[in-house]
Structures are given as C-alpha cells and as structure tokens.
Design a protein around this ligand. Sequence first.
Ligand SMILES: Nc1nc2c(ncn2[C@@H]2O[C@H](COP(=O)(O)OP(=O)(O)OP(=O)(O)O)[C@@H](O)[C@H]2O)c(=O)[nH]1
Ligand SMILES: [Mg+2]
Length: 381
Amino acid sequence: MSTVNVMAREVAAKIVFYGPGLSGKTTTLKRIHDSVKPAHRGEMMSLPTEADRTLFFDFLPVKVERVGDCAVRLALYTVPGQVFYNATRRLVLQGADGVVFVADSQPEAMDSNLESLRNLEENLFEQGIRLERFPLVIQYNKRDLAKALPVADLRATLNPRSVPDFETSATVGRGVLDGLKAITRLVIKDLRAKKVVPPPRDQAEARPEVPSIGGQHDEMEDQVSRQLEAADRTAPRAPAGVPAAFAAKPVPSAAPVKAEPAPVRAEPQPVTPRLGIGPTAALAPDALLDYARAADLGYVSADYPACVRACVEATRRALGFAGEGSLADQGYLLGVNGADLLKLQRLAGEAAPRAEDAAFGLFTLMQVLVRLRAAGLPISG
Ligand SMILES: Nc1nc2c(ncn2[C@@H]2O[C@H](COP(=O)(O)OP(=O)(O)OP(=O)(O)O)[C@@H](O)[C@H]2O)c(=O)[nH]1
Ligand SMILES: [Mg+2]
C-alpha cells in the first residue's frame, strides 16, 4: 500500500505482523506503541475478544521524522493468528509492503509456526507476490521462557532464506524495535529499487546515484534508526484514550515517566476530490463507487426505491470488507449502529419507500463508509 505524496515528499508504507495464534503479535505492537514518542505515533486501534485474542486486526500509525525533504509514515498492522480467520488475514495483508513474522519459540508451537508461514506464503501468492522476494524479517518471540527452543533450531526450520531475524521477548519489549528497524530498512530499500521512494532532492542533484540502504550515507535509514532509538529511551506510559488493557507494563531500560502531551490521533485518509458526485459517492472506496452513485442519483431524482435498493446493496458489500461473520458481527466490528442496520434491512422490503426512508438509507450507508475509512479499509494495492 505504499504511497508517495510527491508534493509533500512523504512516503507511506504498510507493515504487517504475521504469525500463529498467541505468538505475541499484539504484544509486540503494544510495546512499540509504548516505546514511540506520542508525537510520532497515533493511537493504537485494537479489537480483542474477551480472551484478548485479536478478532479483526490491530493498527498503529508511526511517523518517522522528515529526512532531508522526505518523511516516512508506517502503518503497522497485526493479523488474527487463529487458523479460522484467514479471510481477515488476506484482507489485512492486501497492499502490505513488508512482513514481520512473529514466531513462538516454544517447542509445541513449531507446527503452528510452520503452518502460519505457509499460510503467509499462500496468501501473498494470491496477490501475485512471491514470499522469497518480499521484505520479511522474523522475530523468535518468547525467548524469556525456559523451554524456548535454541535459536539455531528455529532458524533451521523457519528461516532457510536467512532473512534478518531477531530474538524477542515482547512482554518486556526486548528486541521488538530491532525487528521494526530492520523491516523498515528492507521496505525502504525495496521501494527505492522499485523507484517508489524518490532520492532526496539535493542528493538527486548533487549525487545522482542513490546511496544504498546499508551504506554510510543513507540518511533515511539513519533517521529511521535515530527516531526509533530515541523512542527506545522514552518512558512507556498509557496515553489518554488507550484502554486499560493496553496500559504500559514496565520496560526494564525505561527512564522515569514524565508527563507528555496527549497522543496525536491517526490522521484520516485524504479524500480524493471527485467532482460532480453526491456525498455518498464521495465517501465510497472505488469498489463501491457505482452503488454509492446509484444511491445518490436515486435520491436526487426522487427514485426512492432505487435509492434504498442501492443503499442496502452497498451497505452489505461495505460490511463485507470488515471480515467474516454475519452483518451484525461486521457492523459491530466497525462500530456501526446495529439498530440502524436492522432498520435499513426492513426498508429493503418496503413497497413504496418515501424520501425520508431513502435519506435514512443514505445516512446508514454513510456511517458504514465513514467507519471503513477510519479503519483504513478496503486496502487498495
Ligand atoms: N512469556 C512470554 N509471553 C508472551 C510474549 N509475548 C507475548 N506473550 C504472551 O502470549 C499471549 C499471547 O500474546 P498476543 O500478543 O495476544 O498474541 P497474538 O499473536 O496477538 O495472538 P492472536 O491475536 O490470537 O493471533 C499473551 O498472554 C502474552 O502476554 C513473550 O515474549 N514472552
Ligand atoms: Mg493479536
């Protein structure tokens, strides 16, 4: 999902934390959240079940300082590891620029580590991506456990390609920023090779050759490292608005806690201006544009049955982007009012819907579209 805003010289990259259930993906993201200065990250969005298993995905935006005249934004996601959530994993993986595979070091988790790695390979392959050519790093997590397998064994089974790998204990944050730095480095290198990331303006003029990512002069990589290392030294704390379950657990190397400003909110995705269309279509992702247009058009042309039909269909499809489950589950996941969804379903059976029914349909559809945007869905390539 890498995007480059050439005018603002800003690069956005999507990194997904993948791995089997309970391997420590959400814990890793929480520790990154605790470690990065509030000014450099948004709020972490999470939707766990009662048992703290990831149901949909976790999301954390991180901004790396300007580098010369370029800035890097990272969108960090975790997938739900449980085997039966594969459709959600596929959705979250769409448009990823790199993956951190979080393996569980315990002997009994080896089968599920391997199964998850294969599942990653298959899901990337469906998008036309070969894992062996894709930016990947591996975390061997839960190194603090006495029964953790030797790293050499894990490496032999899970890392035949010798991608960068790290020993981590996500519960105390050990090693997690090293993994993030490494994947950021690989992603930037990959985006440069694909000519997605422009060379810094002054360097482009003075030194047409783009310095290699591992080279001494790689300003962007230095900046990424400095930013994350500075974050390493920042005291972890639970910022306002983060649920108690995310409250920072002490990181051993942390400095004393200081009062800090409230965290910056995740910025909404920019709305691409579309001229001459109605408000619903303006909110719709490309995949739903035709339905949203039909809904807007039905309303302004007083064809209220057509408007309601289009709203019902667009809402059904829009909720489908929220992963598996019934419409009620999907609505709940997105935070859409369930009573409104039910009322819209009832209106679909209405013989002669009126203007206010059609307006209600548009309102409900817009709710869903706004929530989808806030969740960064659907993820386009
Ligand atoms: N001992 C130890 N426990 C860990 C470590 N990392 C995570 N855990 C524990 O493992 C359990 C699962 O962690 P999560 O981060 O929720 O796992 P997940 O990979 O997000 O799981 P799913 O969302 O179900 O895919 C929790 O009880 C964590 O506290 C670690 O490094 N060491
Ligand atoms: Mg999780």
